[in-house]
Design a protein around this ligand. Sequence first.
Ligand code: ATP
Ligand code: MG
Length: 337
Amino acid sequence: MKVLGADIGFGYTKATDGKQYQVFKSIVGEANEAQFGESLLPGVPQFPRHIAIGNQSYFVGELAEQQSRGRGFTLDQNQFLAQYAKPLALTALAPFVASGDPVRLVTGLPISFFRRYKDPLTTLLQQRHTVTVVKPGTGEREEKVINVEKVRVIPQPFGSMFNLMLNDIGKPASQRFITEKIGIIDIGFRTADYTISDKTRYSERGSQSSDSGIAVAYTAIANVLQEKSGVNVELYRLYEGVSRGTIKIKGKRYDLTGLVQQAFQQLATRIAQEVNRLWSDDWDLDAIVITGGGGAALSAYLAPLLEGEVLPMPADQDARLNNVHGYWKYGLHLWGA
Ligand SMILES: Nc1ncnc2c1ncn2[C@@H]1O[C@H](COP(=O)(O)OP(=O)(O)OP(=O)(O)O)[C@@H](O)[C@H]1O
Ligand SMILES: [Mg+2]
């Protein structure tokens, strides 16, 4: 029996078996079987991005973004579950699974969908899935049985909490997360999720999802760039420029440092207002954790605006992986290895 974690975000899908990770954009598209496209992509991805489930064949992630004609992305959770969750999850898990071997999976849902969708998501994933994965580069097809014998769904930000609380054999490494009341702010691409773990118990009152994802700041940056350059830069193409502080459009270089600072400061202010209002009755919080890929980007702006002690997340890890790493540790905690 193997324990896996999968975090299907609106921006990125992340998965791990504790040893290896993979991250890809949460985009699903039709596979163009006849195309020679896969081998034309610059750099062959390490893991398959082409999967067939039943008689449906999909491209996912960057491959879908670049090669699929019909491709989709949604913020509607109903549609997300019905159409995208399965191909994203199975593509994420496939490389870590030996065909037929039982696996147990911890995954998460955003705060606002947790109660309503945790059972449907469990039903969707807790099955023997027969898939065909198409290897990148060679196009070789392999049939695989992904035998998910157990699924546990938790509120997404709890992944980061378990990541801080548990060690790599799933045992408590830090007492404070078990005995204290911790606020968690998980900032992703599209959404920000706020939640409270009170002695590891989920607090409904202190939990909420909002639209204050990093995309809000990216939109502000893209708007200014459009005014200056005439080009409408897609949000998913801004990450590199934003982290480098400069972007080249049609041969001209634009300095982004001031713009980024202003956009991040504004978004941090908005998030701090939401959080401070939501947690106004929870003045007994012991500490606050800022997590998620967007959290790493914003924490320097956000931490000073929060009313409480802010704990740092591990700086040596891609913050997008904090939740999924915690899911995996929680799986070990529940089921052993
Ligand atoms: N190497 C990277 N590539 C892309 N984005 C990165 C990278 N490192 C950090 N980021 C940041 O991480 C953000 C995405 O974070 P994350 O993966 O936590 O979102 P998500 O969980 O998919 O979204 P949501 O929580 O809205 O569902 C990006 O918007 C970017 O700001
Ligand atoms: Mg997320």
